[in-house]
Design a protein around this ligand. Sequence first.
Ligand code: GLU
Length: 302
Amino acid sequence: MQSLLNEILDEVRPLIGQGKVANYIPALGGVKPNQLGIAVYSNDGELYHAGDAGTLFSIQSISKVFSLVQAIGHTGEDIWQRLGHEPSGQPFNSLVQLEFERGRPRNPFINAGALVICDINQSRFAAPSLSMRDFVRRLCSNPKIVSDAMVAESEYQHRSRNAAAAYLMKSFDNFHGDVEAVLRSYFHHCALSMSCIDLAKAFSFLAHEGFCVHSGEQILTPRQTTQLNSIMATSGLYDEAGNFAYRVGLPGKSGVGGGIVAVVPGQFSVCVWSPELNAAGNSLVGMAALEKLSARINWSVF
Ligand code: GLU
């Protein structure tokens, strides 16, 4: 595995330069584009990594999985009264579908859906940002994980589109909390700084029938775990989920910070990071690396 990871990074490194670092959040625009890391964590607790796997980056939409897990944990199936689990086929921050569908987001991984999930969590936790941070720390047994206050503030200053989605949902009575407070929590989650190694470990419970070896907690039931993995497989990569299924064939979740996590059920969790994005907002080099890895080991769940 170790030599395979080194080989794959060497093969995909020439693609650096073809994508674009996200700059619609100004604090992300300054990230050095030529970084590339990968980490693979096995269900037996073996860790393999290559490149910049220990470098911290902004997890962005990958945090939507953690929020969803927290919401399923305290509210269970009832969350689906507020949103769906269908792919959207639309960009992550689109408002068009939300208006047509009367404020009910298609799934928890587009921004509108993640905001509804944060709204649900906001009503359950006294300090939602801290509870999320502590949850993530437990999942990967790294007590040093923090949210980058500058990134969170930069997102808040440029919140128009997310605020529009939240207020639109409020107009349809599908948003109950204070919009600005929920946005603050949402950006705080997105601004968590983690490395490929942290994320590969944090996602290992999804490869392990919901059991987290680091904290000893059963985070989700085995059934909830397969359901969550299925939502990642159908909606985890914005409007490119089909392409990811075709090329990689694993449940996955990406973020505009350039990270992509993927789960090989029963075996591994993986995180790859390279900040340059393709037109759909997914890490261009990261996708290529995961495609090669999945093909070489025959990992596709399909
Ligand atoms: N915080 C970002 C936003 O709301 C997350 C986008 C993403 O990673 O997809 O625009």
